[in-house]
Design a protein around this ligand. Structure first.
Ligand code: BV8
Ligand code: ZN
Length: 241
């Protein structure tokens, strides 16, 4: 258990901590990850569904997938991993949380100013007039949902494959990593770009990189310390909750 004591020491001495989270931090809340066993990729190839082409071809099918995920998430609770990060941010004002997740569990655990790289599954955006609104109904009354202003079909407010990340969020994430002297990489396979490029970026800025994951990932080679285990157990120990 030497490594976790070393990691706690490094975090206590760090001035600018950044956390990058992926689907793994929500796994203990009962939300399937994308690529792990039991992951979403098994049942649906998300690359085939989380794309503008799939939506154009069959908005009903894509919406059935998102409506099913929204229902799963609505029934889920944030876990001690989400709570430990929210608690840490209350006592460390310089801390920044960057997430690839669209489930909103960080905010439900109390995290604020979360940098959301891939959007928000609770956000809907009109495909015609661009109007944007949050709809927390799960399941949605009608699929596909329609815009109240112009009646066109709405899309989920998430970033699909082949779509650029929201400028402001991507810039904020890079600025946070540029300033960081310690980056926690939590529950991500580091397979999706450009989000995953934040990890080598942290390394090149000589930040200490600590990975929290149940398995080896593409991020592990960049990690100074690897804490192998579930984030719901490790983060409360690591962040002093
Ligand atoms: C872009 C939102 C250009 C939607 C997501 C070929 C063709 C087309 C594109 C590409 C291509 N090759 C590369 C690309 C780029 C592509 C990409 O990276 N593809 C990958 C698959 C190779 N990227 C893009 O398309 C991006 N856009 O490049 O646009 C551009 C630029 C400018 C202007 C216009 C265009 C957009 C990427 C965003 C896609 N959207 N999600 C939705 O959710 O429906 S991605 C999706 O993957 C989720 O957001 C998810 O967060 C993300 C990453 O996955 P992870 O979070 O890492 O989850 P995963 O399941 O993979 O891993 C879970 C981990 O947790 C595992 O390591 C597991 O061990 C661990 N774990 C499990 N349990 C626990 C745990 N850890 C700790 N505790 C536990 N208990
Ligand atoms: Zn509209």
């Amino acid at each position: 258990m030497e490594t976790i004591r070393e990691a706690i020491e490094l975090i206590q001495r760090a001035r600018h901590v950044v956390a990058l989270t992926g689907a793994g931090i929500s796994a203990e809340s009962g939300i399937p990850t994308f690529r792990g066993d039991g992951g979403l990729w098994r049942m649906f190839r998300a690359e085939d569904l989380a794309t503008p082409e799939a939506f154009a071809r069959d908005p009903q099918l894509v919406w059935e997938w998102y409506d099913w995920r929204r229902l799963l998430i609505a029934k889920a609770q944030p876990n001690p991993g989400h709570a430990a990060l929210a608690e840490f941010s209350r006592t460390h004002p310089a801390f920044r949380l960057v997430t690839q997740n669209v489930d909103g569990l960080h905010e439900r655990a109390g995290s604020e100013n979360v940098i959301k790289l891939h959007g928000d599954i609770w956000l809907l955006r009109c495909t015609r007039c661009g109007d944007e609104w949050r709809d927390l109904m799960a399941p949605l009354e009608i699929l596909p949902p329609r815009c109240v202003l112009c009646c066109a079909i709405a899309r989920p407010g998430v970033v699909w494959f082949g779509e650029g990340l929201p400028e402001a969020q991507w810039t904020a994430a890079q600025q946070a990593v540029n300033k960081a002297d310690l980056v926690l990489v939590i529950g991500t396979s580091a397979a999706v770009y450009p989000a995953a490029s934040l990890i080598p970026m942290a390394r090149s800025r000589r930040a200490t990189v600590i990975e929290v994951n149940v398995a080896e990932t593409a991020a592990s080679t960049y990690a100074d310390i690897v804490l192998r285990g579930p984030s719901g157990e490790i983060l409360p120990q690591l962040l002093g909750r």
